[in-house]
Design a protein. Sequence first.
Length: 225
Amino acid sequence: MATVQNTTNTASQALLDSVNGSKNTTTSTADAAQDRFMTLLVTQMKNQDPLNPMDNAQVTSQLAQLSTVTGIDKLNNTLESLISNVQSGQSYQASSMIGHNVLVSGNEVSTSGTGGYFGIDLPIGADKVSVAIKDSAGTTIRTVELGKQDAGTLPLKWDGLTDDGSVAKSGSYKFDVTASIASTSVAASGLSYAQVSSISTSTSGIKLNLSNLASVSTSDVKEIF
């Protein structure tokens, strides 16, 4: 007698997965917590005392608590995604500053024979403002009188000359800023001039890496050239 073969075709699991899509076994923390809660709730309801059934208010309260926890978890995920997108956008915006020169907080000015750029920041206007450029020994080699100045950022250029008209040696110099209204001193700070070489992203935000080896936040930039 001839053997009759089984004509019933059974699709392999691999084929079914390729057609229907394999189920992702990785679930979020919220999904896992929700599954555990529902399992416990169903088990509790199945084994409840028929003479003392669960209170509807109690079940509703438990469901509300689960909904709150799930909602908070989803909100946290949304905020994390939003923060990541914002930081990514800030990185792209900051990258456009690479190659530009900026004024940031500092008190150094460099010269290679022809002077260099720097600046001052005045929170309020002053009747008299002066800048003293000093060498490595702290000796003032050039004093610049700027007279009356309004509040704000003031870009400046040193011509590279000393008070006696000679050319200052190439290198980096310090400078001090003094400002006053009548005979009362007012706040004034120096600004260093540097080029943005690159940017970096860290937990503290976007940083601009400057040609003078300083690293500053975008909010620290007083002026861009």
